[in-house]
Design a protein around this ligand. Structure first.
Ligand code: HEM
Length: 373
């Protein structure tokens, strides 16, 4: 199997070097200890890597902490508990409509559509946006692979316009705006009583959506592939409590982490993995490689949810650790529950799963069949 077949093999090889440089001259860290070191040293490795406003992703220090304090409550346990029945309905309806005994693509036909419907349910976005959001996801995916900055900027602008079209009517409706998460965000007031400006709202929603849509679709592909190739686990998980299911999903994602990397920039001279870096150098954190580090996990392909949980960094670590983890976990748990209840997942015969290409991981195509259990 070549690097293109499964980029994880390339990352595993890269990890044998303490530090390497990619074609753009960025320093890539792959070892678990180094990745944790970079991600938990925000004073040395800044997240201000983009010239665009990124709330909270691109913020540092107290400004970042302030943004997280305002935004993290959106993912509080009681909110997730209240959302569960809604997402459960979305998952059951979608799985109920899947063909039985016939092949379908777990990423495109299930993961992407589920990501859009679940997110729209959470944010209170209308169902008519579904096809537009799906098209945007596909275009965004193509743009990020192209490396073409103009194409990427054009796709980002289209998304901003879409979000502005959601925010504006809520601003205009004032007290009469629909009671949903997006309206709550629009109504947030800062310490000085001012509403969040539109560019901040757009950035927050872009990061929530960017964090959610593509990653959830890829996560569904990885999880469906793992389940389809591990029939005994499907039987075991069918009766597992939600926490057990969540732990199993986390472990599948650790072994095959589709959310590959994030970037940092050094704030001054620093020694990283034995190499002295100047200030202003770009550093890429490779979560996928770190989550497969044999020094921490032994054989990285061994499925051991309980043993590996504490070191699993699929959702990051440090001040920028994923705020959306509770939502992502809930979305994945209710979908897997719906699939396991509906039947037995198998890889479609004579069809081959296709791996994604960097900068993302996981699969772009997982042909599966849902058979009665
Ligand atoms: C689906 C699986 C997901 C994975 C694997 C994932 C993974 C991650 C990781 C590794 C980070 C750390 C970034 C860094 O250190 O620079 C992160 C941050 C973030 N994630 Fe997620 N995420 C997921 C889902 C979500 C969801 C559902 C949302 C929101 C709806 C979300 C929103 C964010 C945001 C806003 C940040 C930036 C936090 C900050 O900079 O303080 N993610 N995510």
């Amino acid at each position: 199997m070549s690097f293109v077949d499964d980029p994880r093999q390339g990352y595993d090889r890269l990890r044998s070097q303490p530090l390497s440089q990619d074609e753009r001259g960025q320093w890539v860290v792959c070892r678990h200890a180094d990745v944790v070191g970079v991600a938990t040293s925000p004073g040395v490795y800044s997240s201000a890597v983009s010239r665009f406003l990124q709330v909270p992703n691109g913020l540092d220090g107290p400004t970042h902490a302030h943004a997280r304090a305002i935004l993290d409550p959106f993912f509080a346990p009681e909110r997730m508990a209240a959302l569960e029945p809604l997402l459960d309905g979305v998952a059951r309806a979608l799985v109920g409509g899947l063909p039985r005994g016939e092949a379908f693509d777990a990423v495109g036909e299930l993961g992407a559509r589920y990501a859009v419907r679940a997110q729209s349910a959470w944010l209170g976005w209308p169902a008519v946006l579904e096809e537009r959001l799906l098209t945007w996801m596909a275009d965004n995916h193509a743009a990020s692979r192209s490396g073409d900055l103009d194409q990427t900027a054009a796709v980002a602008e289209r998304f901003d316009a879409l979000i502005n079209g959601i925010i504006a009517p809520r601003r205009q409706a004032g007290d009469d705006a629909a009671a949903d998460v997006t309206t709550e965000l629009v109504r947030i007031r800062d310490a000085d009583g001012a509403l969040l400006p539109d560019d901040v709202l757009v950035s927050v929603l872009r990061n929530w959506t960017g964090g959610d849509l593509g990653s959830i679709a890829l996560c569904v592909g990885v999880v469906a592939h793992w389940l389809a190739t591990h029939p005994d686990l499907q039987v075991e998980l069918r009766d597992a409590p939600d926490a057990g299911l969540a732990a199993a999903i986390d472990e599948m994602l650790r072994i095959d982490d589709p959310f590959v990397s994030n970037r940092r920039v050094t704030t001054g001279t620093v020694e990283l993995a034995g190499v002295t870096l100047d200030g202003g150098e770009r550093v890429v954190i490779n979560w996928t490689a770190a989550n497969r580090d044999p020094l921490v996990f032994g054989d990285p392909n061994t499925f051991a949810p309980v043993r590996h949980a504490a070191k699993n960094i699929v959702y990051g670590i440090g001040p920028h650790v994923c705020p959306g983890r509770p939502l992502a976990t809930l979305e994945l748990v209710v979908l897997v529950r719906a699939l396991l209840t509906a039947g037995r997942l198998e890889l479609a015969p004579n069809r081959v799963p296709e791996r994604e290409e960097p900068p993302v991981g996981g699969f772009q195509l997982v042909p599966v069949i849902l058979n009665p259990s």
